[in-house]
Ligand binder design. Structure first.
Ligand code: G
Ligand code: G
Ligand code: MN
Ligand code: NA
Length: 252
């Protein structure tokens, strides 16, 4: 309860931050990024999102937090464009946030207020979104896709949903969960799973991002199997947007 109250206070006080983690193509060029929420404490410590996001989910604060994240994402998109390095950014959308009756309106209003192009925003949703009310969820995804937004399935392969939904949803991308990438290229089963996901995505015309890429051997394996995009500590940690812009500017 204290955590919940402190989180609400931190949001109100403007203490939360959005960091961005680069996504790179097979040549190592940064082609996008994922926004990840950060809660720094006065003493310099950070509350990890896997601690506070579940609390926010539970209390409903995720709705407000998610709206704030969406606005941050729009502003980040614009800042990158202004710096001459326009690229799409992904933002995580929690199931509770997505299911709010006014979610589509909130998205529309945020786009209108900020002037950010919808085509530069990728919404990351998890398979958990599809556990119930699948038809409503898919209808809503189509509404948002019609506005120009794109969808990515986060943590792909770890959920409980069937593959049947893949062809019904307006999807742009799958993110292969880090747990599959972790044991490549050494573990034969992990290799087989990752190759299967890449092949399936290829047949369905979906882009794939491999998450949690930490070693060159993992990257080499992914590139050899035609993975379009990688994200992980091998390339970059999540960092403030200003730091990413600086890094990209000094690389060119
Ligand atoms: O950022 P990592 O660095 O620790 O994130 C941990 C978890 O928190 C991930 O599952 C990530 O999806 C989730 N997360 C991070 N930022 C956000 C956010 O802005 N919104 C939601 N809903 N989840 C987030
Ligand atoms: O939204 P999602 O659950 O995909 O969140 C991504 C999480 O993975 C964040 O917590 C982010 O900080 C973390 N992460 C990103 N790259 C790496 C990596 O290379 N290794 C590990 N261990 N974690 C990573
Ligand atoms: Mn994510
Ligand atoms: Na993930």
């Amino acid at each position: 309860l204290t955590l919940e109250r402190d989180l609400a206070a931190a949001l109100a006080a403007g203490e939360l931050q959005m960091h961005v983690q680069a996504q790179v193509d097979r040549t190592g060029r940064t082609v996008g990024g994922e926004l990840l929420m950060r809660w720094p404490l006065a003493g310099g410590d950070m509350v990890p999102p896997n601690v506070f996001i579940p609390v926010a989910e539970e209390s409903g604060l995720i709705v407000e937090l998610g709206a704030w994240a969406l606005r941050q994402a729009c502003e980040a998109v614009l800042r990158l464009a202004q710096a001459g390095m326009a690229m799409p950014l992904s933002v995580n959308v929690s199931p509770t946030q997505f299911r709010q009756a006014d979610f589509v309106e909130v998205v529309q209003r945020t786009l209108a207020d900020t002037g950010a192009p919808a085509a530069m925003l990728v919404l990351e949703v998890t398979e958990g979104l599809l556990i119930d009310k699948m038809d409503e969820t898919i209808a809503r995804m189509h509404q948002l896709a019609a506005l120009g937004l794109r969808f990515s399935i986060d943590d792909f392969g770890t959920g409980y949903s069937s593959l049947a939904y893949l062809k019904k949803m307006p999807l742009y991308e799958l993110k292969i969960d880090r747990s599959f990438i972790m044991d490549t290229p050494d573990d034969a089963n992990s290799r087989a799973l990752v190759q299967s996901i890449l092949a399936m995505a290829g047949h369905l015309g979906l882009r794939v991002v491999a998450e949690g890429v930490e070693t060159q051997a993992q990257a080499d394996f992914l590139i050899a199997n035609a993975c379009a995009c990688m994200q992980g500590y091998l390339y970059a940690r999540p960092m403030p947007l200003a730091a990413l812009i600086e890094r990209l500017q000094s690389n060119t």
